[in-house]
Design a protein around this ligand. Structure first.
Ligand SMILES: [Zn+2]
Length: 502
């Protein structure tokens, strides 16, 4: 529901005469919202400085065009990728029909070489796909059709990406592309959940998690990554319903205890799967706390439409932040314990809508949390697959719930204050955030929408489909559907600072 048209006329009047009481501070923003088209509002929110993104899965945060470019660049390093583009009814093994029948699955040359000749013929080199097949491959990892939902996302997207996500160089490059894109929309900090298991080096030899982390760190240390100005700390996660999940939790907890740049442990995976319920892990976490100090927990809980005690049980595990927390609204005693309290809910509006956990934005508990004092921050979850940005999360929030300037600032502040950054870094980023927001608000009040003239927001598929905010057409022959964001207010401004400081 669009509430921008329901602003109280008195608010607008007071805003225009410039004599609003203190409670209406930010009246310039109310006036702007009342006048702005969707396109101008989106541009404003793209340019607006942001704090952090505390909830994103690194491998779900790559736009398909990035994956395509990164995968093809691996050819220079001796790794070639192949895509299943047809099914010739080769031998199907019992219990593997679903995997066999999956089109657009991506394999490297090592795995392709192990297939029968019949199956090998079902694959084409990624670089040799024609425009139609390439578009279909990209579309196969986007959740953009009405009939797609939870099953497509959980059971097919990741499986299709296949061997791309077993190459740590590909994932490290995804990390860099994210830093770049987040910097362009003014984000100062990200806390991605990064994978460390099941990787192979370029010759096909297995790599242990420590070796994978070394490659991530090397990528983060390169000049182009540092020049984005985006601070990065990593989380490690365990698939909660896996039969060996406890062992994985033990391993990642140990890694988090040993490495300062791994700041938290998470549990991921479908909560409608019975074997992944939070209390399964209570003894494991209690046991680990006997040995290791200082490991923080941010855990998915309440990503569900039905009432259960998962959020409360997850607090019992020791979590300080809850991912999604959708059904917290149905657990009154636990909800009350969140108000003005020590825990934060990481809200993912677009994810919740596209995976069908809410029927519409008017059914989302986010405004109730925000306006009853439950600490919340906006985050992107798997935005590569939603085809969206953090700006889009803010756009949905303002457009659907009429957020005020004070509420926008509180969201940004929370996204840093509840981060797992060390205290000196957190204090520095918080101070920087306040300064950037003050400056942006002052500049906007002085210059008005003209401040946004040089801003070209990244417009992805989600806002195009839902709000008609589509990217300008690309020149003929350009691959993909990506627009390029330009934001003189983004954190990439810090490039100058970075080079200036050597
Ligand atoms: Zn998530």
């Amino acid at each position: 529901m669009n509430r921008r048209g329901t602003l109280n006329p008195l608010v607008l009047l007071l805003a225009f005469v410039g004599s609003a009481p203190a409670s209406l501070a930010g009246e310039w923003f109310e006036r702007f919202k009342g006048e702005a088209t969707d396109a101008v509002l989106h541009r404003f929110l793209y340019a607006m400085p942001k704090g952090g993104d505390l909830h994103l899965h690194l491998t779900g945060s790559a736009f398909p065009e990035w994956l395509h470019e990164i995968a093809l660049a691996e050819a220079a390093e001796g790794v070639a990728y192949y895509v299943k583009t047809r099914i010739d009814n080769c031998s199907v093994y019992a219990g593997q029909a679903d995997a066999y029948l999956l089109l657009y699955r991506t394999l490297d040359q090592h795995r392709l070489g192990a297939l029968s000749e019949c199956e090998r013929d079902e694959y084409q080199a990624l670089g040799a796909l024609d425009a139609e097949a390439r578009a279909a491959w990209m579309n196969s990892v986007r959740l953009d059709a009405p009939y797609e939902g939870r099953d497509e996302f959980f059971e097919r997207h990741w499986q299709r990406l296949g061997d791309l996500l077993r190459n740590p160089h590909v994932v490290a490059e995804i990390l860099y592309r994210n830093m770049q894109a987040f910097a362009d929309e003014g984000v100062a900090y990200i806390e991605p959940q990064v994978p460390v298991f099941g990787f192979l080096d370029r010759t096909g030899t297995p790599l242990d998690p420590e070796a994978v982390l070394v490659l991530y760190r090397q990528r983060l240390a390169q000049a182009d990554a540092r020049a984005t100005g985006v601070a990065v700390r990593m989380q490690l996660s365990a698939l909660r319903f896996h039969p060996d999940a406890e062992q994985v939790v033990r391993r990642i907890y140990q890694l988090a205890a040993e490495h300062a740049d791994i700041v938290a442990v998470n549990l991921v995976g479908r909560e409608d799967h019975d074997r992944g319920h939070p209390l399964r892990f209570l003894d494991t976490f209690r046991d680990l706390r006997r040995t290791y100090p200082g490991v923080r927990l941010s855990i998915h809980a309440g990503e569900s439409a039905r009432p259960d005690s998962h959020v409360r049980d997850t607090l019992l595990l020791g979590a300080e932040r809850i991912g999604h927390g959708l059904n917290l609204i149905q657990d009154a005693p636990t909800l009350l314990s969140f108000r003005h309290g020590p825990y934060l809910v990481e809200v993912n509006l677009i994810s919740n809508l596209l995976l069908g956990y809410v029927d519409g934005f008017d059914a989302h508990p986010f405004p109730e949390y925000l306006r009853t004092g439950v600490p919340v921050a906006l985050s992107t979850d798997d935005r590569g697959m939603w085809d969206s940005t953090l700006t889009d999360e803010f756009f949905v929030a303002v457009r659907e719930y009429g957020l005020t300037w004070a509420e926008l600032r509180a969201l940004g502040r929370n996204s840093l204050a509840f981060s797992f950054l060390d205290q000196p870094s957190k204090s520095r980023l918080l101070a920087e955030y306040e300064r950037r927001m003050d400056e942006f608000a002052t500049d906007f009040q002085r210059r008005g929408p003209a401040l946004l003239d040089d801003v070209q927001p990244l417009r992805r598929g989600f806002v195009c489909r839902r709000y008609g905010l589509c990217a300008p057409p690309l020149p003929t022959g350009a691959p993909g559907s990506q627009s390029v964001g330009v934001n003189p207010h983004g954190t990439t401004r810090n490039k100058l600072v970075f080079h200036g400081n050597g």
